[in-house]
Design a protein around this ligand. Structure first.
Ligand SMILES: [Zn+2]
Length: 177
C-alpha cells in the first residue's frame, strides 16, 4: 500500500509538478528501490506527490535531469510511463519484505568456535565475530562474505542477520535487464 490515489487528476498534478521543476514528464528509469520499514519505522514522503505513506521507495533518474527523485509506486509508474512495471516492483519488494520478516525469526545455532550458523534454502549461512576487532561481525555464504551492511561495518548481531538475508535473498533487479 503506497497510499497513493491513481486518477487522471493525480497524473495531471504530477505532470504539473514535474513541469514546474523543468523536469521531463516521462522516460525516467528506476535506479534503485528499497523498503523504508526494513530497519527503521518511518514511512517515506514521496518527493513528487507529497504522499507521506510510502513504504517502498522507487529512486528514479533521467539523463536529462540533474538529480534523482525518490517516489512511491504510482508516481514511479507515471514517470516511466509504465504503471504495471512499477506495481510489479512493489509486489516483489512486498514479497521480499515478508521473507525477510520470517528470516529474522529463525534461530541460529552456535558452533564450538563461537560462530553462528543457519541452514536456509539448502545453504549454510555463518555469522562470526572478529577476533582482531571484537564487536565486528562477518557474514558468509559459501565463498561470498561481507563485513558491511548498508555501507557500514557490522557491529551487532541484528545487522549481521539482515546482511545474511541480503546475501541469500538479494534484492530483485530483474527490471534492469
Ligand atoms: Zn507520489
Amino acid at each position: 500500500m503506497s497510499g497513493e490515489i491513481y486518477s487522471k487528476a493525480y497524473i495531471a498534478r504530477c505532470h504539473r509538478t514535474l513541469k514546474e521543476w523543468g523536469a521531463p514528464l516521462d522516460g525516467w528509469l528506476v535506479l534503485n528501490t528499497y523498503d523504508c520499514l526494513e530497519e527503521a519505522d518511518e514511512l517515506f514522503t514521496c518527493e513528487l506527490c507529497g504522499c507521506t505513506q510510502v513504504r517502498f521507495v522507487h529512486e528514479m533518474e533521467h539523463r536529462q535531469y540533474f538529480e534523482r527523485i525518490s517516489v512511491g509506486c504510482i508516481c514511479a509508474g507515471i514517470m516511466e510511463d509504465d504503471i504495471l512495471a512499477a506495481k510489479e516492483r512493489d509486489r516483489l519488494m512486498k514479497n521480499r519484505a515478508k521473507r525477510r520478516k520470517n528470516f529474522l525469526k529463525r534461530l541460529w545455532d552456535k558452533t564450538l568456535d563461537g560462530a553462528y550458523v543457519l541452514r536456509y534454502r539448502g545453504e549454510l549461512l555463518k555469522i562470526s565475530e572478529s577476533h582482531v576487532h571484537p564487536g565486528h561481525f562477518t557474514v558468509s555464504l559459501g565463498n561470498d562474505c561481507t563485513s558491511q551492511h548498508k555501507g557500514k561495518p557490522i557491529t551487532n548481531f541484528l545487522s549481521a542477520v539482515h546482511a545474511a538475508f541480503n546475501l541469500i535473498d538479494p534484492a530483485e533487479e530483474a527490471w534492469h535487464a
